[in-house]
Design a protein around this ligand. Structure first.
Ligand SMILES: CC(=O)N[C@H]1[C@@H](OP(=O)(O)OP(=O)(O)OC[C@H]2O[C@@H](n3ccc(=O)[nH]c3=O)[C@H](O)[C@@H]2O)O[C@H](CO)[C@@H](O)[C@@H]1O
Ligand SMILES: C=C(OP(=O)(O)O)C(=O)O
Length: 419
């Protein structure tokens, strides 16, 4: 298992190329299973979650051709419904996104229940309810979702109990093959949902309203071969914005889009960070003093839960206190004890962390249990005095393309230790 060695105290300066969004790519790879025509995706990030998702659609019979690390053609012409086993879903929850496309296209499929993970219980009841609203019969048998709709799915009004990103994506994909119109009410508004809709539209679907609370899908899609370019990763961009801020540096985030990051930019500006659009993306400067800012994570367009851990690392260096409330996942504070090992002053009470900023961090051995918790430790290590060793780098490799290379190019003292 690789580890990262970081010696803190270097100011970052330079340009970072923001990759395509992992969380937009994953559902679009699953969406390829809807069609018997090839789908080419470009601007895929070169991260292990993408390799895994491509392996899952390949295991379902699709032909996958990698053109280069950032593009692939998926030809699901020869695909089958089959079974998605526990081992793949356990390793990557987003695998559950194949459920809707496989059921809608083949009339039956079996997908193992994902179970909980390091950030919370993460049930898939809303995915299941949405498919049942479209006429599927679904039973849970021995930890497997057994779904059947041999007579085909029928368009319906789906009211989501909460605006789940994944359930909105499942419903939208399945509805493209249903007979008649589907309305999704209380849909998630994340840019990744809108990008999936754009991809489905390029594939031949008729969809309106993606990116708002109400999405309309016409159904009975006549699918065609197409290609689609994935949007930039707003979470990767936010992470590097915080890297600039925490080191008092200045980074150009090539391809980053301000309109996808309005709440993040607002919070960072309130904390004393300057952000402005440049010719190639965004420029972030952390040369001023940092102030504590309270945040609460929310569904989009609110502050994203996927940047909560990174923002907490930043707040350890701000003057004053910051209250950080997590409302999306019940257990997303696994980074707190590790930040405390580095010397951070954080008090945790239920879903709120109180960070008293300004305490100097000191390097230590740390370990994280998920992707964003790991990168939060990298950010903290960039300002910690001395050497920090971060274990379990495979979490980072799930979602950050060449994190160590990108940071080193901007002046960080960071080395990947191969075991
Ligand atoms: C691959 C991907 O895109 N992952 C993102 C996606 O995850 P994901 O799609 O899993 O997140 P959801 O929006 O579905 O989850 C939000 C909340 O709803 C709950 N819930 C969800 C589905 C369900 O059937 N029942 C239920 O109760 C979840 O446990 C969670 O508490 O959106 C999250 C919220 O922005 C991000 O943190 C993840 O990075
Ligand atoms: C939680 C995340 O991903 P996933 O939903 O795939 O676990 C994430 O990207 O931060």
């Amino acid at each position: 298992m690789d580890r990262l060695r970081i010696v803190g105290g270097k100011r970052l300066e330079g340009a970072v190329t923001i990759a395509g969004a992992k969380n937009a790519s994953l559902p679009q790879i699953a969406a390829a299973l809807l069609s018997d025509q090839p789908l080419t995706l470009t601007n895929l990030p070169a991260v292990s979650d993408i390799d895994n998702m491509l392996a899952v659609v390949h295991a379902h019979g699709a032909t996958v051709t990698r053109h280069d690390p950032h593009s692939a053609t998926i030809d699901a012409g020869p695909a089958n419904g089959g079974e998605t086993p526990y081992d793949t879903v356990r390793r990557m929850r987003a695998t559950v996104l194949v459920l809707g496309p496989l059921l809608a296209r083949f009339g039956a499929t079996r997908v193992s229940l994902p179970g909980g993970c390091a950030i919370g219980a993460r049930p898939v009841d809303l995915h299941v309810k949405a498919l049942m609203a479209l006429g599927a019969r679904i039973e849970i048998e021995g930890g497997t979702i057994v779904a059947e709709a041999n007579a085909g799915l029928k368009g319906a009004r789906i009211v989501l109990g909460s605006p789940s990103v994944g359930a909105t994506e499942t419903a939208m994909m399945a509805a493209t093959r249903a007979k008649g119109e589907t309305e999704i009410v209380n849909a998630a508004r994340e840019p990744e949902v809108a990008d999936l809709a754009d991809c489905l539209i390029a594939m031949g679907a008729r969809i309106e309203g993606a990116g708002t609370h109400r999405i309309l899908i016409a159904g009975d899609t006549d699918f065609r071969a197409t290609q689609h370019q994935i949007i930039p990763d707003r979470i990767e961009a936010g992470t590097y914005a915080i890297a600039a801020a925490i080191t008092g540096g200045q980074l150009e985030l090539t391809h980053a889009r301000l309109e996808q990051m309005a709440s993040v930019a607002q919070v960072l500006e309130a904390a004393g960070v300057r952000i402005w659009p440049g010719d190639r993306g965004l420029i972030v400067s952390g040369d001023g003093a940092l102030t504590g800012v309270d945040i609460s994570t929310e569904p989009y367009p609110g502050f994203p839960t996927d940047l909560q851990a990174q923002f907490m690392a930043l707040m350890t260096q701000a003057a004053g206190a910051a209250m950080i409330r997590e409302t999306v996942f019940e257990n997303r504070f696994m980074h707190v004890p590790e930040l405390q090992r580095l010397g951070a002053n954080i008090t945790l009470q239920a879903t709120t962390a109180l960070v008293r900023g300004g305490s100097p961090l000191r390097g230590a051995q740390v370990m994280a249990t998920d992707l964003r918790a790991s990168v939060c430790l990298v950010l903290a290590a960039l300002v910690a005095e001395g050497e920090t060793i971060i274990n379990r780098v495979y979490h980072l490799d799930r979602g950050y393309e060449q994190l160590d290379v990108k940071l080193r190019r901007c002046g960080a003292d960071i080395t990947r230790l191969k075991d």
